[in-house]
Design a protein around this ligand. Structure first.
Ligand code: ADP
Ligand code: TPW
Ligand code: MG
Length: 572
């Protein structure tokens, strides 16, 4: 250890924390310095950790969450007390909601003063505030407990259903000194932080019996399946069973979207018509219409049965009855199913798979026609067709995606070919993950990143283009600039101020990247977009393409118009 304050026989809180993280294979910290963590960030950098310093804590937190999803190690976000902590909290809550493992470590003010509410610098009872928004929350008061605190945080983030963990470190802890040998002994290298959870043999048999009798089976893959890294097993299960599958957005690419058994192009048909549905790391939340209602209302509406593979036993029956719960880790569950299927398993009935194939082919050719059009003003389709081709050529690139129309169109138009290459707004449909996710994707994988951003969505994290330039990351941001939220054409009926969904027309987003030394380009046509995107991927230079999109092309709320209160009321 090289350090000013540290002597050979003494260590302190700063170094115990660094050593505890490093001992557990954690190399990157996403942060924003200030009292009381500034020295920590310097010392961690001096000890060889990578410190990625942001302009706002929410984006550092989102980066940590994406790092967790991409690596199966908890991503670390470190913030200053009260306001910095609160800025990071949205990301912690979002990580927990999405089952991404991350640890928000925050400096805090001193317990004695906080608890008597005597008005310390940035005073706040952070532990109490964090608790309902994460999986677990811990505080360390003594340097000799840092090892245990970090170990408990790692286990909580990774084991069972992954999620966000809060670790509260009062300022005084960092400089607490202790004997170096005792300090070293106090650290814990966590063994088997995400233990396999083997499903019961009876549960496996129950699932197989249901699958065997199915006339119209369907598999739904969720981001839990992408996270689990059981890619080969999942592919075998799908191919051996011949069952059509639907990937949820972040499960796209687990099998290539061009796979013959993908039913994405006829999603509403398969959801309505399936008689047995097997969920693999996907929840029956709003994104799957809670497993009921019109979406699931075909001939099998009353008799449909669900098999659900999930590591969380309490997920079962959360929306509709689960006939065959299969609780365990996805790798173990899918392997057990494969073993149980043996060598003579008969594939999904061909009248079902053929009916799907016909509808799919029709929809795919319809979409191909739309994509081939080149309207005078670029629209979502003609722009996304360019991105679609770019991802086809670089299937290892990571796509980050947020917005409303920009999200919905990109999800269905841009095919993914490899697992864990798509990061998006997830379970909440949250705006603001863009630059944080893009930065983590570049830092953790070194691969090119293409961030497909609505102009509103981009605004939530836009200042982080400076961070992208500072670390010279291979990120190409494409701003789908339609002058506003959903559309650029709303009017204030009374004149005066612009409508609340509108932005400055002709905004020069490309200049934001130029301001920090990156490449900024305007694209008015698919050809210009293609040129700029190809160049960005080739050069690896931080790039922002301001893609000018027809301001009339979008629809309110993209594909979820029906969730607006007025539309929902009309439906009733
Ligand atoms: P999506 O939004 O893609 O439908 P969700 O976030 O709703 O996906 O669901 C992910 C599910 O995956 C969660 O219920 C979570 O408990 C589960 N999960 C995460 N990791 C694993 C794993 N390794 N094994 C089994 N289930 C997992
Ligand atoms: C944290 C509400 C959902 S989508 C969206 C907002 C503000 C922006 C849509 O406009 P954009 O996309 O990005 O320009 P496009 O292509 O349709 O024009 N605050 C948070 N999260 C959400 N989801 C919102 C607000 C919202
Ligand atoms: Mg927009």
């Amino acid at each position: 250890m090289t350090n000013d304050t540290q002597t050979s026989d003494q260590t302190d809180g700063f170094h115990l924390l660094i050593d505890a993280l490093k001992l557990n294979g954690i190399e990157n910290i996403y942060t924003l310095p200030g009292i009381p963590i500034t020295d920590f960030t310097r010392k961690a950098q001096a000890e060889g950790m990578r410190l990625i310093s942001f302009r706002h804590e929410q984006h550092a937190g989102n980066a940590a969450a994406a790092a967790g999803f991409l690596t199966q190690k908890p991503g670390i976000c470190m913030t200053v007390s009260a306001p910095g902590f609160l800025n990071g909290l949205t990301a912690l809550a979002n990580a927990t909601t999405n089952c991404f493992p991350m640890i928000l470590i925050s400096g805090s003010s001193e317990r004695e003063i906080v608890d008597l509410q005597q008005g310390d610098y940035e005073e706040m009872d952070q532990l109490a505030i964090a608790k309902p928004l994460c999986k677990a929350a811990y505080r360390v008061l003594h340097a000799q407990d840092i090892g245990v605190g970090v170990a408990r945080a790692i286990r909580s983030a990774l084991s069972g259903r992954p999620g966000g963990v809060y670790l509260d470190l009062p300022a005084k802890l960092f400089s607490q000194a202790m004997d170096a040998a005792a300090g070293k002994k106090s650290l814990i290298k966590v063994v088997d932080p995400a233990p396999r959870q083997i499903p019961g043999a009876d549960a496996v048999q129950r699932a197989l019996d249901l699958l065997k009798g199915a006339k119209r089976p369907l598999i739904v893959l969720g981001k839990g399946a992408a996270y689990a890294r059981a890619d080969a097993e999942i592919r075998s299960l799908i191919e051996k069973s011949g069952i059509p599958y639907l990937p949820m957005s972040m499960a796209k690419g687990l099998l290539p979207d061009t796979h013959g058994q993908s039913a994405s192009a006829t999603r509403s048909y398969v959801l309505a018509e399936a008689d047995v549905v097997m969920l693999v790391g996907a929840r029956l939340n709003w994104l799957l219409s809670h497993g009921k209602g019109k979406t699931w209302g075909g001939v099998n509406a009353d008799t449909r049965q669900f098999i659900q593979i999930d590591i969380s036993p309490t997920e079962m029956d959360s929306n509709v009855p689960i006939a065959a719960p299969l609780v365990g880790d996805i790798g173990s569950c899918v392997s057990a199913l494969l073993a149980g299927m043996g060598n003579n398993w008969s594939k999904a009935p061909s009248d079902w798979t053929q009916a799907i194939a016909e509808r799919k082919d029709k929809n795919i050719s319809k979409m191909a026609e739309t994509l081939a059009q080149n309207p005078p003003v670029m629209n979502f389709h003609s722009a996304l067709n360019v991105v679609r081709e770019a991802v086809k050529a670089r299937p290892d690139a990571i796509v980050v995606n947020e917005g409303a129309n920009t999200l919905d169109f990109a999800r269905s138009i841009v095919d993914m070919y490899e697992p864990r290459k798509r990061l998006d707004v997830g379970t909440w449909g949250i705006m603001g993950i863009g630059m944080g996710f893009a930065i983590a994707a570049a830092v953790e994988t070194g691969k090119p990143v293409i961030a497909i951003e609505g102009d509103s969505a981009f605004g939530f994290s836009g200042m982080e283009v400076e961070t992208i330039c500072r670390y010279n990351l291979p990120v190409c941001v494409i701003v789908f600039n339609n002058n506003g939220i959903y559309k650029g054409t709303d009017k204030n009926p009374r004149g005066g101020d612009m409508a609340p969904t509108q932005f400055v027309k002709g905004a020069k987003y490309e200049m934001m990247m130029q301001a920090f030394g990156g490449v900024g380009v305007v694209a008015n046509t698919p050809a210009e977009l293609e040129k700029a995107l190809t160049e960005a991927i080739k050069s690896g230079k931080p790039t922002l393409i301001n893609a000018i999109i027809d301001e009339t092309a979008g629809t309110e709320s993209g594909r979820i118009t029906s969730l607006n209160p007025q539309s929902a009321a009309k439906k009733k």
